[in-house]
Design a protein around this ligand. Structure first.
Ligand SMILES: [Zn+2]
Length: 430
C-alpha cells in the first residue's frame, strides 16, 4: 500500500484537538504534521482514532446463533470501533484453556472486519491453567463473583479469587455483584421488582471484596460495567488508598434510567441493572474526575426469544444489551449535553481501553500507532433504526432514539473497512 495523507481541520490527538495532516504508511501512522501539508481533505468531518471496545461477547463458537465474529465485527466497524476484545464466556467452550483459545482463534480466523483479541476466563476448575493461557496470548482474565448466567462459567469464591490473583501477574476483570446481597430473580413483568433484586449494595460489597483481594495480592484488578453511585464510591476510596483498581461503565448506564424501562421491557435487562438518574449522573461525574477510566459496550446479545418478549418476564429473560454499533453516538450525545468534548470521548472510548488491555499500537492518533481512524460528523443526527444494525439480532432498547454523531468512514490499519481484513491480536504483540 502506498503512503498517503489524510487531513482534517479537527483531528483529535493525544494532547488535544487541532487541524492536522496524518501520513499513513504500511498501515501505521508515519507522521502527524500541520494541516497545510496537503492530502485528502476530510472537510468538516472530525478525525478520531478508531475506538477500542474491551468488553464484547461474540459467543462464537458454540452460541453462534446468538452472535458471531462476522456480524459482531461488522457492527463494530460501522460504529467506528476498530478493535474489540472478546469476553471468555457465552461461547462454548468458554476461553478457559489453551485448547479453548485455539478453538476461538479458529472460529474467528478470516471472519473479522476489525482487529480482535481475547480475554481468558478464570473459573474454579481451571485456575492452574492461567499461566499457560496468559502465555498463549490472552490479554488478561475475567471472573465472576456471582452466577454468570451460563453453567459452564461458574463464579470464584473469595478464596479462589485470591488464588487466581496470586497465580499469574495479569490484568483481572471482575463482574462485581455479591450473591449474598441479591434477591431471587422475580417472575415478574415489573422492572421495579427486577431492580430491587439486584441492589447497589450487591455491587459495592463485591467491589469491596475485590479491593481487599487486590490490596492483599498487589494484583491489577478492573471493575466491569459499574452501575451505581455506591460502587463508584468504593472504587474512589480504593484509589485514594493507592490500590491498583480501574473501572469501566457502559452506554446503557450513561444514557438510560429505570424510568425509561417499561414493564415487560426486557430489551433493557442487563446485570447489574440500569438504575436511577442520580446513579447515572454519578457515573458521568466519575468519568469527568477520572475515577472511571473507560466506557465499553458490554455487547451481549442473544436470540430474540431468550428475551421472553411474549411474557415480558424480567426474571426469565437473558440479561444483556447489544450496542457495539451505537456506543460512540450514545456516549457523544450524553457527553456533549454535559459539556464534554470529543477529546474526552476519545479518552474514554479509545485511549483508556487500549491502556487497560496493554494495546500499545491502538487507541491514539500518534506516530507508530496503527492507522485505525474514524471520520466522524459530530453535529449530524440520526434516529436509531434496528434494521440498520449489523449485529445478528436487531433487538435494542435504543430503537427510535435520536442521537448525535454519525460515523462516515472507518480505516483499519490504513485500509477502508468493509472486508474481513481484521487480524487476531496477541498480548504483547499488539
Ligand atoms: Zn459482559
Amino acid at each position: 500500500m502506498s503512503a498517503r495523507w489524510l487531513r482534517a481541520r479537527r483531528v483529535v490527538l493525544p494532547d488535544g484537538e487541532r487541524p492536522a495532516a496524518v501520513r499513513i504508511e504500511n498501515g501505521r501512522i508515519a507522521a502527524v504534521e500541520p494541516f497545510g501539508i496537503g492530502g485528502t481533505d476530510l472537510g468538516d468531518l472530525v478525525l478520531l482514532p478508531g475506538l477500542v471496545d474491551t468488553h464484547v461477547h461474540v459467543n462464537e463458537p458454540g452460541r453462534t446463533q446468538w452472535e458471531g465474529f462476522a456480524t459482531a465485527t461488522r457492527a463494530a466497524a460501522a460504529g467506528g470501533v476498530t478493535t474489540i476484545l472478546d469476553m471468555p464466556l457465552n461461547s462454548v467452550p468458554p476461553t478457559v484453556s489453551v485448547a479453548a483459545l485455539a478453538e476461538k482463534r479458529r472460529a474467528a480466523a478470516g471472519r473479522c472486519h476489525v482487529d480482535v483479541g481475547f480475554w481468558g476466563g478464570a473459573v474454579p476448575d481451571h485456575l492452574a491453567e492461567l499461566p499457560a493461557l496468559h502465555e498463549a496470548g490472552v490479554f488478561g482474565f475475567k471472573c465472576f463473583l456471582v452466577d454468570s448466567g451460563v453453567p459452564e462459567f461458574p463464579p470464584l469464591t473469595p478464596d479462589q479469587l485470591d488464588a487466581a490473583l496470586r497465580t499469574v501477574a495479569a490484568q483481572f476483570l471482575v463482574h462485581a455483584e455479591d450473591p449474598a446481597e441479591l434477591g431471587a430473580a422475580p417472575r415478574s413483568r415489573r422492572y421495579a421488582d427486577f431492580l430491587a433484586s439486584r441492589p447497589p449494595a450487591a455491587e459495592s460489597r463485591a467491589i469491596a471484596t475485590l479491593v481487599d483481594a487486590a490490596r492483599r495480592t498487589g494484583a491489577r484488578v478492573h471493575v466491569l460495567h459499574l452501575s451505581s453511585s455506591d460502587g463508584l464510591a468504593v472504587v474512589a476510596g480504593a484509589r485514594r488508598a493507592g490500590v491498583h483498581v480501574t473501572a469501566e461503565t457502559c452506554p446503557h448506564y450513561l444514557t438510560l434510567t429505570a424510568a425509561d424501562v417499561p414493564d415487560g421491557g426486557t430489551e433493557y435487562k442487563c446485570c447489574p441493572p440500569i438504575r436511577d438518574a442520580a446513579d447515572q449522573e454519578a457515573l458521568w461525574a466519575g468519568l469527568a474526575s477520572g475515577v472511571l477510566d473507560c466506557v465499553v459496550s458490554d455487547h451481549s446479545p442473544c436470540p430474540p426469544a431468550l428475551k421472553c418478549p411474549d411474557t415480558g418476564d424480567f426474571g426469565g429473560a437473558w440479561g444483556g444489551i447489544a450496542s457495539l454499533q451505537l456506543t460512540l453516538p450514545l456516549v457523544w450525545t450524553g457527553a456533549r449535553a454535559r459539556g464534554h468534548g470529543l477529546a474526552d470521548v476519545v479518552r474514554w472510548l479509545a485511549e483508556r481501553p487500549a491502556a487497560l488491555a496493554g494495546l500499545r499500537r491502538k487507541g491514539a492518533i500518534a506516530v507508530g500507532r496503527d492507522a485505525d481512524l474514524v471520520a466522524f460528523a459530530p453535529d449530524e443526527t440520526f434516529v436509531v433504526d434496528p434494521a440498520r444494525l449489523h449485529h445478528r439480532h436487531p433487538v435494542t432498547p435504543y430503537a427510535g432514539r435520536t442521537l448525535s454523531g454519525v460515523v462516515h468512514r472507518v480505516w483499519l490499519r490504513g485500509e477502508p473497512t468493509g472486508t474481513p481484513q481484521g487480524e487476531l491480536l496477541t498480548r504483547g504483540a499488539a
